[in-house]
Ligand binder design. Structure first.
Ligand code: NAD
Length: 364
């Protein structure tokens, strides 16, 4: 198979972790006789430094012409510590999601058996947890207008907007996933307070009643279930009873926060991949940010990015066997304690980012 992959390393640890994922993709290409061509492009702070735009036209064009996009992370303290900066790396991320129409972010969360003791949560609570957060990615508070500051600077405001159309298209993704997973969708919202959340409940319930309530889950042989949970309760249930969840469907801000929280189930945010899909090319990225404190130190965990590459192969190219080979190699790496400092106990020896990449690439 011949495929073009747009590669956007971004800022902070982005280039280091992307290098490992590309190494693993190359190993897969060699073993399974594929040709992957990589086109690199700038996004985030490095793009602002280079051309004053966090998502330049050239990057957009490279993404549009690719079969899939592999992305690292954006963000730099230079901008984080300057709230008045007019052009910011995060604008690049939001513009990229919006212009590529990436409205659904899928974040699978399943702890590695060998790492159950790494989570701050009790082993008996997290064993068997296997959920996916389906986060809406191009609406809500991150995009709504008007937004900004009052003239005297004393007041700031953001607007949360959702349309039925936006809700229905992502709800459909959640129900389709439930059919091939465990048959259970939980809509997480704040319908007791927010008008947008009430629109979410109404729209998702209508769609369920119309099209999904009689659909059969392949694994359970039963009809698809839909239930609802307020986001504050969901935050608590995710850490006290994570095995309750299968598909968590939620809006942009809630999904952003809950998926970082859910990462503690696995022991490190450096393990969690994601896929952002829409109507055009899909994008794959770790759920974490640019971890600027680790930039250039060769200590960041590359597994989230390597697993994102596995999602890319399976979801965009239909290469399930190759994707599973990567997943198995990652499992073997953690079982053999070939991991970065975030997973090591105090005093325990560990590998560098590059060594973990080499190890996984060597055994796929
Ligand atoms: N998608 C993105 O690119 C994205 C997402 C979130 C934050 N950000 C940006 O990243 C910058 C830093 O934000 P932050 O500190 O809140 O979030 P972060 O995810 O970069 O880091 C938070 C903490 O998670 C851990 N961590 C993250 N990635 C890791 C890895 N690969 N291996 C081991 N540990 C890891 C570290 O302990 C780190 O201190 C900011 O500029 C922010 O805007 C970008």
């Amino acid at each position: 198979m011949n495929k073009n992959i747009a590669v956007l390393p971004g800022d902070g640890i982005g280039p280091e972790i992307i290098e490992q994922a590309v190494k693993v993709l190359d190993a897969v290409a060699k073993k399974y006789n594929h040709t992957f061509t990589y086109n690199y492009a700038l996004v985030g702070g490095c793009a602002i430094d280079e051309c004053g735009d966090p998502y330049p036209e050239q990057t957009h064009s490279i993404c549009c012409n690719a079969d899939a996009v592999l992305f690292g992370s954006i963000g730099d303290p230079k901008y984080d510590n300057n709230p008045t900066a007019k052009v910011r790396p995060e604008q690049g991320l939001l513009k990229m999601r919006k212009s590529l129409g990436l409205y659904a972010n899928l974040r699978p969360i399943e702890p590695f058996d060998a790492l159950l003791d790494k989570s701050p949560l009790k082993e008996e609570r997290i064993k068997g947890a296997n959920l996916v957060i389906v986060r809406e990615l191009t609406g809500g508070l991150y995009f709504g207008e008007p937004r900004g500051r009052s003239e005297n600077g004393e007041v700031a405001f953001d607007t949360c907007v959702y349309s039925k159309k936006e809700i229905e298209r992502i709800a459909r993704k959640a129900f389709e996933l439930a059919i091939i997973r465990k048959g259970h969708v939980t809509l997480v919202d704040k319908a007791n307070v927010l008008a947008t959340s009430r629109l979410w409940r109404e729209t998702v319930t209508d769609l369920y009643n119309r099209e999904y309530k009689d659909k059969i889950c392949k694994a359970t042989g039963e009809t698809i279930k839909l239930d609802y949970m307020f986001v504050d309760n969901a935050a608590m249930q995710l850490v006290t009873a994570p095995t309750f969840f299968d598909v968590v469907l939620t809006e942009n801000l809630f999904g952003d926060i809950l998926s970082d929280q859910a990462s503690v189930i696995t022991g490190s945010i450096g393990l969690l991949p994601s896929a952002s899909i829409g109507d055009k090319v899909a994008l794959y990225e770790p759920i974490h940010g640019s971890f600027p404190q680790a930039k250039g130190k060769n200590i960041a965990n590359p597994i989230a990015t390597i697993l994102s590459a596995a999602m890319l192969l399976e979801t965009s190219f239909g290469l399930t066997e190759e994707a599973n080979a990567i997943r198995k190699a990652c499992i073997k790496a953690v079982e053999n304690k070939k991991y970065t400092p975030d997973l090591a106990n105090p005093g325990q020896s560990c590998l560098t980012t590059q060594q973990v990449g080499d190890y996984i690439a060597g055994i796929v």
